[in-house]
Design a protein around this ligand. Structure first.
Ligand SMILES: [Zn+2]
Length: 340
């Protein structure tokens, strides 16, 4: 990793005592310590050496790669793998979500240009390669009834047209593993759902010489995963541990709704099969997120849980394995398991 973005790893993970010491009183402190012990992770601390292996992560907009699976990618880069992010659209229809960035004229004058620079900075922070698939952001339609998607935007395209650049990339980069969103898109943005569709299409078609014959020599990826960054088990574990240690939880409202059975109808419940240890890479993830300054509020949601706390409670990026061409054992702690 780059020296400028490397994590202060010498600081190490917080001990249960460190976390407990921040609690408001003795009783809460004892509770916090019990909670941290109870939920202490039991997987390996790092991913195995991965040189010669390649991973392709398919995303919809610049910034999605930094909020979903960024620690995983930094971990595999450090372990010697080649990691590529394909971003389907330029994020042209994104809003300015950070008040500080909204004061900068260039962000209004040329948001797509600013987002390209942000993406380059994020890629450098994670040590990844990056390509744009070249499609136009569909925007998140709002209103009742919903307005039609903009003409020619990514989510309006037929699957073959939308998947062709990704098939071409898979055949050029030759990834062993592809990560993608699940069928809900992770959240129901039309570009996220389309990103899911093209990732699945490319995974199944890239190895078939009959399909997409103009897109290069066939290559069959070996494993396909869906991202589970915001799975209920993770949110609940972090939420409970935060409350017991005397912090506020950013997940309270969401979990309360879920527990009352009020899950949004798009919410999928794939069970996590694979937990990649990322405890040493949370600072790289933060650097990548902060690089997307038009999209990420520096004191917002993504930074609400201290990294030392995450290292104690849930130092993983979570995935579900949906297809494998090689025998696997579950649970897994490595996306390349079975491929070395
Ligand atoms: Zn997105």
């Amino acid at each position: 990793m780059q020296e400028t973005t490397a994590a202060p790893r010498s600081a190490g993970a917080a001990t249960p005592q460190d976390v407990a010491d921040q609690a408001p009183d003795a009783q809460a402190r004892a509770q916090a310590e019990r909670q941290v012990q109870r939920s202490a992770p039991h997987g390996p601390d790092t991913v195995p050496s991965s040189s010669g292996l390649r991973l392709l992560a398919v995303h919809a907009h610049p910034d999605d790669e930094s909020s979903k699976g960024a620690g995983m990618m930094a971990a595999y880069v450090d372990a010697g793998a080649s990691v590529m992010v394909a971003t389907a659209t330029g994020g042209e229809r994104g809003d300015l979500l950070n008040a500080e960035a909204a004061e900068i004229q260039q962000c209004h004058r040329d948001l797509p240009g600013v987002r390209r620079l942000e993406m380059a900075t994020a890629a450098e922070a994670l040590g990844i390669e990056h390509v744009w698939l070249g499609f136009t952001d569909s925007g998140l339609p709002e209103g009742d009834p919903l307005p039609p998607l903009p003409f020619g935007s990514f989510a309006t395209l037929d699957l073959q047209t939308a998947a062709a650049p990704l098939v071409r990339l898979v055949r050029r980069f030759r990834p062993h593993v592809i990560t993608a969103y699940d069928e809900s898109g992770g959240y129901p943005h039309p570009d996220h759902i389309m990103s899911h569709r093209i990732a699945v299409e490319a995974y199944h078609a890239a190895g078939d010489p009959e399909r997409y014959p103009d897109c290069g020599e066939p290559w069959q990826p070996q494993k396909l995963y869906y991202d589970r960054a915001f799975n209920p088990g993770r949110l609940k574990a972090i939420h409970d541990a935060l409350l017991e240690a005397g912090y506020e939880s950013p997940y309270a409202e969401r979990l309360a709704l879920w527990e009352q059975g009020e899950r949004p109808d798009w919410l999928t419940m794939h069970e996590v099969t694979t937990q990649v240890p990322v405890g040493d890479y949370l600072e790289e993830r933060d650097a990548a997120l902060l690089a997307h300054r038009t999209q990420v509020e520096p004191r917002g949601f993504f930074f609400a849980t201290p990294n030392d706390f995450l290292r104690q409670v849930w130092p993983y990026d979570d995935f579900v394995l949906v297809d494998s061409k090689v025998p696997v054992e579950q649970p897994e702690y490595d996306l390349f398991a079975g491929l070395r």
